[in-house]
Design a protein around this ligand. Structure first.
Ligand code: NCD
Length: 413
């Protein structure tokens, strides 16, 4: 069986064509097929060229997919035997152009273009099968990822860890509870201390909005925001978008109702930025205390009546009451909140018959969502969201590290 480099070079029309597509000298393309002992890369194409090659190939009418870069390897064998679920043609033909994601950090969705979002979703979609087959790729081998969570997490922290491991990176989980932060060390001092150990990526969750961006200004590595206060949670919005796109075939034109504690939710904020950028119609639904009028500035429609808010929508996205961020009383009682704003079959009947039910987790059953609705295998995609989280975080880790200055030298080696 051919090695991945020879396979891709053949598909693209030879070394000269590939050199032109990637913008490097042809001798470097030849080196991809040489063994390491001869200064080559052992039949592998350096990760930073993958997205560019896919985009250039698409422009020339050649279909290259992420799996081609593992052709002939164990990972490819696993991928070809795994059940495949393809994106509709219209989504897959969108160019995945790496020049459209040039950021070293991923701090939020706000400010990203629809091209950048589509690029991350396309790459993530290519990683879904690899993740399903439980195989590793060495796209980030030699890199170290540090998880730094100042707030509790189940899904986000473990999926970042799995994503990094599946790409061959080393992962360290810093336990804030047993660190010097408990001795009064400031966020900035902690950042400088960790930076001195030369990690490649810091994945940071913090209770204060803006804290992750502040930290990113003090370090030389990449920083990914895993949720900062009630500000942004970009990877959650991306995994929600991937779930929607795979189920509905598109995002543009869909009606999405985000319901519950919108005011305190970083998930809602990131989703509003992403969904409106990708052309969806977003409604926010909840009591006036949790869905303030000022949210209209974000380009959403506001509903305080849940039945009206759900009318004919394609997606119902439920949110947890963020009690830890509430200073005062925002809901009369949990029982009353469920009566008016909890998702049950009665209220769901107002949505389209094939509307999907989503929730970022953790779920509070009987508070914002009825147990039977949350577990409805026909309608609820809550566990699928968790699954997409690993693939999306693989794509984000790959995308930000491709812009690290020292990755250039690494991929030339
Ligand atoms: C969310 C979070 O932490 O912002 N959860 C998650 O990341 N899956 C939502 C929440 O805590 O309610």
């Amino acid at each position: 069986m051919l090695d991945p480099a020879t396979h891709v070079i053949g598909k693209c029309g030879g070394p000269d064509a590939v050199a032109e597509m990637v913008g490097i000298h042809v001798s470097n393309v030849h080196r991809w097929t040489y063994p390491r002992a001869r200064g080559g890369t052992d039949g592998r194409i350096p990760a930073r060229h993958h997205a560019r090659l896919i985009a250039e190939a698409a422009r020339r009418g050649i279909t290259l997919v992420p799996e081609d870069f593992f052709h002939g390897t164990e990972a490819a064998a696993a991928l070809s035997s795994a059940p495949r679920k393809r994106e509709p043609a219209s989504q897959m033909t969108q160019p995945a152009d790496p020049t459209r994601f040039r950021h070293r950090h991923l701090l939020g969705i706000e400010g990203l273009s629809s091209d950048e979002i589509a690029y991350l979703l396309d790459r993530a979609n290519g990683f879904v099968d690899m993740s399903r087959s439980r195989r590793k790729a060495d796209l980030l081998s030699g890199l170290s990822v540090m998880n730094l969570f100042f707030e509790d997490s189940t899904r986000t922290r473990t999926s970042f860890e799995l994503a990094a491991l599946r790409l061959g990176a080393d992962v360290i989980n810093m336990s804030v509870a047993t660190s010097s932060i408990q001795k009064g060390e400031s966020l900035i001092d902690t950042a400088l201390t960790l930076n001195a150990m030369h990690p490649d990526v810091l994945v940071v969750r913090h209770p204060h909005s803006g804290a992750v961006e502040l930290l990113s200004q003090k370090v030389t590595c990449s920083v990914i925001n895993a949720g900062d206060g009630s500000h942004e949670h970009p990877t959650q919005a991306l995994l929600d978008a991937l779930t929607i796109r795979r189920r509905k075939g598109r995002i543009g034109g869909l009606i999405v109702a985000i319901c519950g504690d919108v005011a305190h939710s970083r998930v809602a904020r990131s989703n509003i930025h992403l969904l409106t950028t990708m052309g969806a119609r977003v409604r926010v639904v909840g009591p006036p205390t949790l869905v303030p009028r000022s949210m209209a500035r974000m380009g959403v429609e506001i509903f305080h009546d849940m039945r009206q808010g759900l009318k004919d929508c394609d997606i119902v996205m439920m949110l947890r009451l963020q009690l830890e961020r509430m200073h005062g009383t925002y809901v009369p009682s949990l029982r009353e909140n469920f009566h008016f704003y909890g998702l049950d079959y009665d209220k769901l009947a107002n949505a389209k018959p094939d509307a999907l039910i989503m929730h970022p987790g953790p779920i509070n059953r009987g508070v914002e969502i009825d147990t039977a609705v949350a577990d409805d295998v026909e309608r609820s995609v809550i566990t699928e969201q968790v699954e997409m989280g690993v693939a999306v975080r693989m794509a984000c880790l790959e995308a930000v590290t491709a812009n690290l200055p020292w990755m250039d030298a690494r991929s030339r080696a």
